[in-house]
Design a protein. Structure first.
Length: 207
């Protein structure tokens, strides 16, 4: 990033079925609007209960490729045969305005964002076990067995990249996992760099 961003950029990843979508949704509700969720673009089909512009911006592969050509993405990747990407306009203006932004992206995207924004805060959500992840994937009822096996194989690869991340949360109990995610956001806002104005005001009183 060429200029200093006033807001923090949080990145959350997990294997498919690891619970990141649920955790991010609950975090946003818990924090009462002081975090902005960056809605990604995708070429995958809209699922039952989803709404364009809320879970994702659903676009055609042609439109997505044209956005790549115009360098409109902060990061993009192909995941499970579909394209996913984070539009720059979803993130950069908000960071510059001092807002904190949270991304739900794949490991491939994290590598790209970390290269451009080393100060971004990356959090990986792990399932408690391979068996439990398989149970969750089957309980969702979204995939056939072959697709589930593919997702489990991808999960093994993704978990092998956990060292890329600044924090790891094991999602065995949803409330505890949410507490951990919330604590990371809170801690980032207690760094002296985020409290410059307040610290300067207090220091003046001691001069």
């Amino acid at each position: 990033m060429s200029e200093l961003a006033a807001g923090d950029l949080f990145i959350v990843s997990s294997p498919s079925g690891g619970g990141k979508t649920t955790l991010i949704s609950r975090l946003l509700t818990h924090r009462g609007g002081d975090l902005h969720f960056s809605v990604s673009h995708t070429t995958r089909s809209l699922r039952s209960g989803e709404q364009d512009g809320r879970e994702y911006h659903f676009v055609s592969a042609k439109d997505f490729r044209e956005m790549i050509g115009r360098d409109e993405f902060l990061e993009w990747a192909e995941v499970h045969g579909n394209l996913y990407g984070t539009a720059r306009k979803e993130v950069l203006p908000r960071l510059r305005a001092g807002q904190d932004v949270i991304l739900d992206i794949d490991v491939q995207g994290v590598r790209q964002v970390k290269q451009k924004y080393p100060a971004s805060i990356a959090i990986f959500i792990l399932p408690p076990s391979a068996e439990e992840l398989g149970r969750r994937l089957r309980a969702r009822g979204l995939d056939d067995e072959a697709q589930i096996e593919k997702r489990l194989a991808n999960a093994a690869r993704e978990i092998g990249e956990v060292s890329l991340y600044d924090y790891a949360i094991i999602n065995e109990d949803l409330d505890r996992a949410l507490g951990g995610l919330d604590a990371i956001v809170t801690a980032s806002r207690l760094r002296p760099g985020r409290l410059q104005e307040q610290v300067a005001r207090i220091r003046k009183q001691f001069v």
